[in-house]
Structures are given as structure tokens and as C-alpha cells.
Ligand binder design. Sequence first.
Ligand code: ADP
Length: 268
Amino acid sequence: MRLILLGPPGAGKGTQAQRLVRKHRIVQLSTGDMLRAAVAAGTPVGLRAKSIMERGELVPDDVVIAIIADRIDEPDTRRGFVLDGFPRTVAQAEALDRLLAARGLTLDAVIELKVDENILLERIRKRVAEMTARGETLRADDTPDVLKGRLAAYRAQTAPLVDYYARRGLLKSVDGMAPIDAVTAAIDRVLRDSRGTAPERKAGRKAGASGRKGVAAGKKGAAKARKSGARKTGASSAAKSAKAGRRGTSVRRRRGRSAARKRLTRTG
Ligand code: ADP
């Protein structure tokens, strides 16, 4: 199963992603977590991303696209994945389409967590207060000012993806303001209802041989794009650095996995 979770910061993407991971035995691919790992490891990607993230702005498309391109080729994604925090721009969504087509893969659904922005700000203020009270370290971008910037970035750059995926018949919206378990139940329901009816799949079956040719052409195109993209932007080395960052932290991760998981169980 391959899913995207869409919604503003604090909408509950992280929490729901972890539940989907357990239920469907897929992996969570969170560009936010990957970038924070790169920052913590001080990789070139991390150095490039640090101040951008602290300002609540978006890291350049080529950087995150390269990270995801690399990550979806790792063997643990074979059963599927839930993307959390990616794509965040139309350019990223188009790149994802190309990456998937080149591998003959399709998306099952894009789940939008619909929320009210005012309640969201309140929710995040509460989360920050609770974490401070527990003496936990806050994310550098978890301040009310930066949060407003993150919400503005969502509205301007990410919200258009709702239409993008609605046009492709993939969008499933659920009420993200409901209690956590109710949101999970609503997601289960939309996934059950849409099983086997994903429009891309139907089209793929009907397209038959010409569809397969399309995939092969897509593969060539994507390989070409990857090469020229890497030359132009250094994206491939950026992805490698991010990967190295992940590897560098993997031992620590394994040791403190449950503690880390708790820390990462954020509502956004
Ligand atoms: P949020 O809680 O705001 O949803 P994330 O943990 O997903 O945040 O991401 C934190 C920061 O990392 C973002 O504000 C942005 O700077 C950067 N980031 C994460 N994913 C992307 C992406 N797909 N494109 C660009 N920047 C990203």
C-alpha cells in the first residue's frame, strides 16, 4: 500500500502515519524526520537545510526529491509506504509521479487531514507547553512565530496539492479535528472503501501493453532526468549525504528506538 498524508503542521500526520505503519506493515517516510536527522548529523544536506527549517520555510525541491528518490529504492519499502511531509509542492508531486511511474508503482490514496487553522494554533501551543512542562527539548521551529510561517508555507505551496490529487481521483478527506482514534477509524474506512478502485490501477489494467510501454518510456525519461538533475543540482550527492546521516544515527536509533519513537510521536 502506498499512501500520502496531506495536512498542515500539527494536523496529526505523524500520529496517523505511525498507526498506518503498524496496521499495514509499511514504512513511514517523513522528510521532516530525515532532514532533522541530516541536521543532527551535520551532513551537507543538513547544513543546507538547518537555517531554512528554523525559519519555517521549505527546503529546496531538488534536495527533498533526491532524498525521497533514494529512500523509496531501499528494500524495506517493498510492502509499501506512507509519505508524511512529502510532497509539499506541486513540483514535488510531479517528481513523485515520475519516480513512481519509472518503477511501475502507483499510489493507493492521498489522505487529507482537514483541520481548522485557529484550533490548530491552539493545539500546537498546548503541545509546546506540555513538552516544556515535561522538560523535553522543543524543535527549533516549534515557536508560535515560526509556526505561523509554516502555516503560510502550507497554504501557499502545499494546499494546491489537494486539487492536484482530487483531479486524479486519489484524494480522500477526513476530519482531522476529531479525536485521534476517530481519525484513525475514518482513515481505515476510506481505505477500505477505495480498495481496488484506485483510478490509476484501473487505467493501468485497461491500458495493457501500451500502458507498459508508457512505463518503460517513463523509466528512461526518469533515468535521464535523474542524471541531468544530479549534474545540475548536486542532488544525488545531497541524497547520499542524507543517507549517510541516517546511517550515522542508525545505531543510536536502534538503541533508543522506543524512546525515539515516543519523541517522534508528534501530532503534526
Ligand atoms: P511539520 O510539523 O511542519 O509538518 P515536518 O516535520 O514535516 O513539519 O518538516 C519540518 C520542516 O522540514 C519544514 O518546515 C521544512 O522546512 C522542512 N521540510 C520537510 N519536508 C519538506 C518537503 N517535502 N519540502 C520542503 N521542505 C520540507
